[in-house]
Design a binder for this molecule. Structure first.
Ligand code: BTN
Length: 314
């Protein structure tokens, strides 16, 4: 029985579902409970029956709103360890470029620099997208990290989602979305890149976060599946356009327009230690240039915090 495929955003009675699936009402009830236990956001009301939480990105709903090709190959999961790992396994067995795995919850969701990433069923967008930039030089791969953040910022507009290097979207110091990119490189050539995106969609967001629907009053018209399709379309546009055409200037210039951090004082936790200074610019590879009393530091990986003049976090 595939109850998930039968459910929609409207309530359907247990009786109607049982009749369509050719099973008993008790079997429907048991299957619904199993799906909820697996992490799927299903609402149950004694008087009305069963429905999916509005905007739940089940494959049928995504298909109807997909903008471009990314997401045409799609796996929708209730719970997994990390969508990065699910997609890696799929990539190793031949998944095509643009394949996407979304999970409602992750038990081992990863953030950058060894952080964890939390997401609650029905309240977030937690997904990974497969890129196969096999014709790009390895040296160009760091730009993908900017591309992913830029894709999100472009979709939301600068006022709603300003970028912090390399790809965090923070509003008033609270995190709306983050990106983790992981690459497989064989014999100095890119084989694939997993672009993992986590976005808080509905409150409550995890500590330190902000949810998309808290950030604007007009968000009611955009459901989770619409935003998901929009993000995939935006990523595909930037990837297939400027990135695959090796147009780093377009990517970096637009990134700079969509950030509020250049010119600010920052503290950057890097693998080699903490650097504080003045965020001056990005270099042509997308690295962050921080002016310090000892001269410019070129930072390729790190976590940025904006600091006020007197040294407190902004
Ligand atoms: C960060 O800001 O530190 C990056 C967060 C990235 C989280 C996403 S959620 C989907 C994908 N799967 C993971 O385990 N991590 C990324």
């Amino acid at each position: 029985m595939d109850l998930l495929e039968e459910l929609t955003y409207e309530f359907r009675s247990g009786e109607a579902l049982a009749a369509d699936l050719g099973v008993s009402r008790a079997a429907v009830s048991k299957a619904a409970k199993a799906l909820i236990d697996e992490g799927y956001p299903i609402e149950v009301e004694r008087a009305h029956g069963y429905k999916l939480r509005d905007g739940t990105p089940v494959p049928g709903a995504l298909r109807e709103v997909l903008i471009r090709r990314f997401g045409s190959d799609y796996r929708y999961l209730g719970r997994c360890a990390s969508t990065q790992d699910e997609l890696r396994t799929w990539a190793e067995s031949g998944a095509p470029e643009g394949a996407v795995v979304l999970a409602e919850t992750q038990t081992e969701g990863r953030g950058r620099h060894g952080r964890t990433w939390e997401s609650a069923s029905g309240l977030s967008l937690t997904f990974s997208v497969l890129l196969r930039p096999t014709s790009a030089p390895v040296t160009q791969l760091p730009l993908l990290s900017l591309v992913a953040g830029l894709a999100i910022a472009r979709f939301f507009g600068h006022e709603d989602a300003p970028l912090t290097w390399p790809n965090d979207l923070l509003i008033g110091g609270r995190k709306l979305a983050g990106v983790l990119t992981e690459s497989k490189i064989t014999a100095e050539e890119p084989e694939y890149v997993l672009v993992g995106i986590g976005m808080n969609f509905d409150p409550p967001a995890p500590a330190g976060g902000i949810a998309f629907t808290e950030t604007r009053s007009s968000s009611a018209d955009r459901t989770r599946v619409d935003v998901f399709a929009g993000l995939l379309g935006s990523l595909e546009d930037l990837y297939a356009g400027p990135f695959l055409h090796a147009d780093a200037t377009t990517i970096i210039d637009e990134w700079k327009q969509r950030t509020g951090m250049l010119g600010a004082n920052v503290r950057v936790e890097t693998p080699g230690g903490t650097i504080t200074g003045h965020a001056r610019d990005l270099d042509p590879t997308g690295a962050l240039i921080v002016a310090t009393p000892d001269g410019d530091e070129i930072i390729h990986a790190g976590d940025v915090t904006l600091v006020r003049e007197e040294g407190t976090d902004a």
